[in-house]
Design a protein around this ligand. Structure first.
Ligand SMILES: [Zn+2]
Length: 265
């Protein structure tokens, strides 16, 4: 059983981890080290003190501005911290005091980084995806896929998930290139599909893919109708895949059972 103390503790850990994920989101697309440089203001380069780095609270206290030069701090900083804290608390509540919790927290961290980098740069980085897929494969037996089935079946589940997730996206990618002469999304999305397949297995990948297509399609259409985006502006697909992957990781089996209940056979 997860006690309230455990959930709060992991939630607070999540706020601190979210702060680190923000550093990853800022620096990885620029090819900068995520550990070498101390935190500093992007504009005035002033080194940030511990009081400037308290997750969420510093942002509120400073009213969203740098203490030294008053430049606006991106809203993504407190948002990334809050989202990570809340998701970590949910994982602690849901998976309780187990090794599985640690593994799922890792998945959540990867998906948060992928979500924001793709949203801001339309980029899914190899230096995020390759280590993530390698770690996910190593951890299959102790992760969610390893629960209730032995290691062999867990690995079969993971590799079939990869074939479905990566395979479907790769087919759409090449199909669109061939038939429309343009990308439906980037090759990085195919790598993200491989990662999702490896953590979700067959059933949850089958839920995550349609979720991402439907949510991405609906939002794309809405933006087009509202004329926020033109027909030519590509919307990054990675954020939809990341959210659909997370939703499916938590509730994929429930959604699958519900769907089967409506359409038996
Ligand atoms: Zn500054």
């Amino acid at each position: 059983m997860a006690t309230a103390e455990f959930i709060i503790l992991i939630g607070l850990l999540g706020l601190a981890v979210g702060s680190f994920l923000n550093v990853c989101i800022d620096r990885l697309p620029k090819g900068l080290s995520i550990v070498a440089l101390p935190s500093h203001c992007e504009r005035c380069q002033h080194r940030l003190k511990p009081l400037d780095l308290v997750p969420v609270l510093s942002y509120l206290w400073l009213m969203g501005r740098c203490r030294y030069c008053k430049v606006a701090i991106p809203w993504r900083i407190p948002l990334g911290e809050a989202v990570t804290g809340l998701l970590f608390a949910y994982v602690a509540f849901r998976y309780e005091v187990t090794l599985e919790t640690v593994v799922v927290l890792g998945f959540v961290g990867v998906l948060i980084v992928v979500f924001f980098i793709d949203l801001e740069h339309s980029l899914i980085l190899d230096r995020v995806m390759y280590p993530a897929v390698a770690a996910a494969l190593l951890l299959v037996p102790v992760g969610p896929l390893g629960q209730g089935q032995d290691a062999l079946h867990a690995y079969i589940d993971a590799f079939l998930g990869i074939a479905i997730g990566g395979g479907t996206l790769a087919m759409i990618y090449f199909g669109a290139l061939r038939m429309l002469g343009q990308d439906a999304f980037g090759w990085g999305d195919v790598k993200l599909g491989v990662f999702l397949g490896s953590i979700l297995g067959v059933t949850q990948t089958l839920v995550a893919l349609p979720l991402s297509f439907i949510s991405g399609g609906l939002l794309g259409l809405t933006l087009l109708i509202l004329k926020v985006r033109g027909r030519k502006d590509a919307i990054p697909f990675g954020p939809f895949l990341a959210v659909a992957g997370l939703v499916s990781l938590f509730w994929g089996q429930t959604i699958f059972n519900w769907y089967q209940g409506i359409f038996p056979d």
